[in-house]
Write a new protein. Structure first.
Length: 214
């Protein structure tokens, strides 16, 4: 009945299943990555923020442990478990959508499509998840107790710069989206390029081996 309802509206059931699979795989991948790398990110963000005065990884790690114990290394992890998997999931989803659209509009331009689809997908994901990602970085970069949680980060940011002003909830979103467009676009472009290169190399070896046997 559900498949019939979908078909009546001109939708492809297989495409819908693929979209859901991309979102789920993105969520699983992002959750695993975020939890595994959270302690290192907390140290790195704390040093990079310059707020705490930590100069080295060892100094930052010691101070984090003094302030919050083991749990201090996972400051903002709950927020990260929303932002990181969400960003990856949306990126996976939008990449397949943009690549499908690009194949229709620019048939044969696979490398350009990979670059544009990858960049646009990541930029869209960044814009959607930016307030949560920014809150995560602030929770990890400040001393324990500076913020009571994600909502407190948003509240202070809004009082400081509104929605789009300097220091606001979406402050810096455009720069982040543009930077991610280039980085992720090049990532997908180079991935497709190297995949095609390796396939050509191994296909050539395979055909050469067959020719030798004949």
């Amino acid at each position: 009945m559900k498949v019939l309802w979908i078909a009546q509206r001109g939708l492809d059931p297989n495409a819908l299943i693929g979209d859901i699979a991309n979102l789920v795989m993105g969520l699983i991948s992002g959750t695993f990555t975020q939890s595994l790398t959270c302690p290192l990110k907390t140290v790195a963000i704390r040093i990079g923020s310059g707020v705490t005065g930590d100069k080295t990884m060892a100094q930052a790690a010691r101070n984090i442990y003094k302030e919050g114990g083991i749990g201090g290394f996972f400051a903002g992890n709950l927020t990260g478990l929303i932002s990181q998997p969400g960003t990856i999931a949306f990126s996976f989803y939008f990449f397949e959508r943009f690549r499908f659209l690009g194949a229709k509009l620019m048939p044969g331009a696979d490398q350009l499509i990979a670059f544009l689809a990858g960049g646009l997908a990541q930029s869209a994901a960044v814009v959607i998840m930016y307030p949560i990602r920014a809150a995560k970085d602030k929770l990890q970069g400040q001393k324990e107790g500076t913020y009571s949680g994600m909502v407190d980060v948003w509240s202070q940011a809004y009082r400081s710069g509104g929605l789009f002003g300097d220091g606001g909830v979406y402050g810096g979103c455009i720069q982040d989206a543009v930077g991610n467009f280039t980085k992720k676009g090049l990532t997908f472009w180079s991935r497709d390029l190297f995949v095609a290169l390796f396939m050509a190399i191994f296909a050539g070896r395979g055909s050469g081996g067959s020719g030798g046997e004949l």
